[in-house]
Design a protein around this ligand. Structure first.
Ligand SMILES: [Zn+2]
Length: 317
């Protein structure tokens, strides 16, 4: 249980036994962790601001789109993010869609935990799932989901979630999204529209996602080395651009083939005229280098910039 800085501070001033009892009640009751992100209007909440390293003490990549108190979309589900999902106050009965940027462990490991929780949350409508196609190296999104929840899958005991002929549960509906550097519409309903481009993340099939809702645009870079025209196109005029700060400036070799350094993030944010930049997917190699990272980005982009932490909430006003 983490106490918020406010609560910690308040503790120092609490003197009467009643106030201490009251504080302990709020500090240790599960509802104390419930957040109020997105209770009105549109907001994005960072469930996981870290990368794959557990020592960063952050959940791995995951984000929620909130609309009027409902968690409408889940973007990635890296390790640790299912716990943050619960802490956010979201319910798995709420999302209209789940989007994967790619299927690396730090973007998908808690997917099964989210689905299992939905079993207990009275979900009674299908859950569409979109992610990249596969290649020789990685499974397609449909294959990934079947490998987990198909009748021969690792969690085949839950196959009624997926196998059409099996009764008793709502269905998860996986789809592969073949995208290029031109944004392709993927999903829409009465409240929001989702499009994607393919991004370069070494040899791993990967997507960046754009969500448009109530005149606001939110773009998630996912993991990418920043090459190509797709991401700046997708991010054009975004109200919120969440970019992955996985490597410091000057990185070379495989890390650079997978990830974009701050100079590239700054260039894309500037080229796309984004109105707000949030840096997430923070790793041990970038944590502690925020000043250098910001200085590098500032050479190209002058708008608002925030380094994300788990459960941070970004309302779109
Ligand atoms: Zn990653």
């Amino acid at each position: 249980m983490r106490l918020s800085p406010n609560l910690r501070c308040f503790f120092n001033f609490a003197s009467s036994p009643q106030s201490i009892i009251l504080l302990l009640f709020y500090a240790f009751s599960p509802s104390a962790a419930a957040q109020s992100c997105g209770s009105q209007g549109v907001a994005v909440q960072v469930l996981g601001s870290g990368g794959p390293e557990l020592q960063d003490r952050r959940a791995s990549s995951s984000y929620l789109l909130w609309e009027d108190g409902q968690a409408k979309a889940v973007i990635d589900a890296g390790g640790g993010s299912a716990l943050r999902f619960g802490e956010s106050g979201a319910q798995m009965s709420q999302p209209d869609v789940l989007l994967f940027s790619h299927l690396h462990v730090d973007h998908s490991a808690d997917f099964a935990a989210l689905i299992k929780s939905s079993w207990f949350e009275d979900r009674n409508r299908p859950l569409p799932i979109y992610g990249p196609p596969g290649n020789d190296f990685m499974p397609a999104t449909t294959e990934f989901v079947y490998d987990l929840f198909g009748d021969k899958g690792a969690y085949g005991y839950l196959s009624e979630l997926l196998v059409p002929k099996e009764q008793g549960s709502y269905k998860i509906q996986p789809h592969n999204v073949t995208a290029s550097s031109t944004p392709v519409p993927v999903f829409h309903n009465e409240s929001f529209a989702v499009s994607a481009v393919r991004v370069i993340h070494g040899g791993v099939p990967a997507l960046a996602w754009r969500i448009e809702t109530r005149g606001k645009v939110i773009v998630f870079s996912g993991d990418t080395n920043g090459e190509g025209e797709g991401l700046p196109r997708l991010a054009m005029n975004a109200d919120l651009f969440i970019a992955h700060n996985a490597v410091p400036e000057g990185t070379t070799g495989i890390e650079r083939r997978l990830h974009m350094p701050p100079s590239v993030i700054g260039q894309i944010a500037a080229d796309a005229h984004v109105k707000n930049l949030v840096l997430s997917h923070r790793m041990l190699r970038t944590l502690g280098k925020e000043a250098e990272t910001e200085a590098e980005i500032r050479k190209r982009y002058s708008g608002p910039l925030t380094f994300a932490n788990d459960l941070d909430c970004f309302p779109l006003k």
